[in-house]
Each structure stands twice: as C-alpha cells, then as structure tokens.
Write a protein that binds this ligand. Structure first.
Ligand SMILES: [Zn+2]
Length: 318
C-alpha cells in the first residue's frame, strides 16, 4: 500500500459512519503519496540519428502508473455517479417533501454530501490524468478529459439548484438559503474540477526523452515538495539537512508525484550542468533541447526544497 504511519482520527470501531469516513480519507490520502516506480528502468542506447527527433510519439505510462490512473478513474466515476444519484434523490424525493420537519437542514446536508462526493471524484480524476495524461494532439479529448471534473460537477449541481429556485412549496427564505449553499458549493467543488495546468503526453514524452538521451535511462530523483527533479541523488539542492526523504522513479512518475513541478523546465539546472561537465560529449544533446547550457537557474531553483521538506512526513512502504 502507498502509505503507513498515518493515524486516523476516527477511533470508534464498529461505527459505520466512522468506517466510511476512514475509507474515504484513506482513498484521498493515498493518491497523494509518492511512490517509487522502477518498473521500466531500462537501459536506453541512443542512436545518433534519433537525436534530431526530441519527441518520441510512443510515450506510455508505466504499467504501475497506468494501473493507478485506472483505479482512480473507476473510483472517481463511482463517486460522480453517487453525487448525481444524490442530486436525483433531492430532486425527485426531498423537494417533494418540503412539509417535513427540519426540511431545510436535510436539504443542506444532502447538498453538502453531494459536494463531498464530487470533490473527491474531481481530485482523483485530476490525479489520474497526471499518471496517464491525454495527448494535446487530440484537442477535443485533451479538453474533455482534463476538464471532466467541472463538467460532472455542473451536472451534479445545476439542475438541483435550478429546481430549488423553481420550487413552489418553499418560501423565499428557504430557497435563498438552500440555493446559496448550493451555488457556493458548486463554485468551490467546480473550481477543484478545473485543471488549470493540465498534463500532456507531449510534455512527458519530450522530458522523458531529454533524460534518456542524456543519461541513458528514464530515472530521476526528487523530494516531496520540490519544483525540479534531479539526475543525481546527492545533488546539493536535495541532499540537505532538511531533506527527510528522496524519491526516485521515472520522469512520468515525477510529473505525477510533484505538485509544484516546474513544467516548463523540470530538470534541475545544477544536475544538468554537472552531468555535462562529467560527460562533455552530451553537451550537444542539451543544446538540442534548448535548455540549461546558457541560462542560469530560475529564481525558485535554489530554494526549491527548503520550505517543504520539513513537513514531508510521507512514508513509503517499500
Ligand atoms: Zn539537482
């Protein structure tokens, strides 16, 4: 499993609600943990004529990352379906029972539950896309796949909000409160359904190729809160006193694991310089990718890991 050492705040054994909350939290926590993945650590021999084609068209996630993406997507769909089912329950059952005691309270509870389900689904869906991104080449699929969270959230909220305002049995105050709760939750959950910086196969492919052409293998190192990944595990910008743990894996796994990764130039400047110094014949490869050799490190580079390593209590088992 992806994590150990986290104590759940739901101590009551045999309590169904506690157990459900624990499972839900587990699921959301688990996907945020960085896992090492060396499944496809293969020696890649560079063929000179291929150096002119920096983007490999056949980039694929590792089998393990593909599996995680699929699992997250299945759970996300189950949660979206439950959210839309909850909406149907509100529309077809609850809104016909405005005479009930505590009607407004039950309506708000239902809206909050729907929001919680959709939020979980949206986060899992975006995480799945980081493990297994869409290709920009297919513009419609790229948009649809990356923004599905906000689309599903709209389906789960908007009909219900409209029918709350159109309901003839509720007084204006009840409508106003329930409608406002619905709109605010829709905006919050919908916001988390949008991917403002969607991952793409093309970026993963070109960055994987950059590392493979340079070092001969798709293998990098990073820390939980870093903005860059590294060729050397003893690079001075990750191998510091504050560093709790260094992760390693493929470039694709680094992209999936690093929330703050600098997507435009994810490779550590210092590692790149050091590698070229130790392997002067690779300088032409770096020039090919148009990075590193002439410009200095970005502003965030040096300080990248100092802030977050202190709180990276993530522990991988294995
Ligand atoms: Zn480095």
């Amino acid at each position: 499993m992806a994590f150990i050492g986290y104590t759940f705040p739901y101590p009551r054994e045999g309590c169904f609600g506690c157990e459900a909350a624990r499972l839900y939290t587990t699921m959301l926590w688990e996907v945020d943990y960085v896992e090492e993945n060396m499944a496809t650590k293969k020696k890649v021999t560079r063929i000179e004529s291929d150096a002119k084609e920096p983007v490999k068209s056949d980039w694929k996630p590792t089998a393990e990352n593909k599996g995680k993406a699929t699992r997250n997507r299945v759970i996300a769909f189950v949660l979206w379906i439950l959210a839309i089912g909850g909406e149907a329950f509100v529309i077809f059952w609850l809104l016909n029972r405005t005479f009930m005691d505590l009607f407004l309270l039950w309506l708000i509870i239902a809206i909050v539950v729907i929001g919680g389900l959709a939020l979980g689904a949206n986060l899992l869906w975006k995480k799945a896309n980081k493990y297994d991104p869409a290709a920009k080449a297919n513009a419609f699929q790229f948009f649809f796949q990356n923004q599905l969270g906000v689309i599903m959230t709209t389906i789960a909220f908007i009909p219900m909000i409209v029918l709350i305002f159109l309901n003839k049995d509720m007084d204006a105050k009840t409508k106003g409160i329930a409608g406002a709760v619905g709109i605010v939750l829709y905006l919050i959950v919908g916001f988390f359904g949008i991917d403002f910086n969607p991952p793409s196969q093309e970026v993963y492919a070109s960055e994987t190729n950059r590392i493979e052409q340079l070092t001969g293998e798709d293998h990098v190192h990073w820390t939980a809160s870093g903005t860059k990944y590294h060729i050397y595990e003893d690079c001075s910008s990750i191998n510091k006193a504050a560093t709790v743990e260094i992760f390693e894996g493929t470039v694709g796994t680094a992209f999936a694991s690093l929330k703050n990764l600098d997507n435009d130039d994810p490779l550590c400047y210092w590692c790149e310089q050091r590698f070229i110094k130790e392997n002067p014949d690779k300088a032409s490869v770096m020039a090919e990718f148009g990075s590193g050799t002439s410009e200095g490190p970005s502003e965030t580079d040096g300080a990248e890991d100092a802030a977050g390593d202190g709180d990276s209590n993530a522990t991988t088992s294995e």
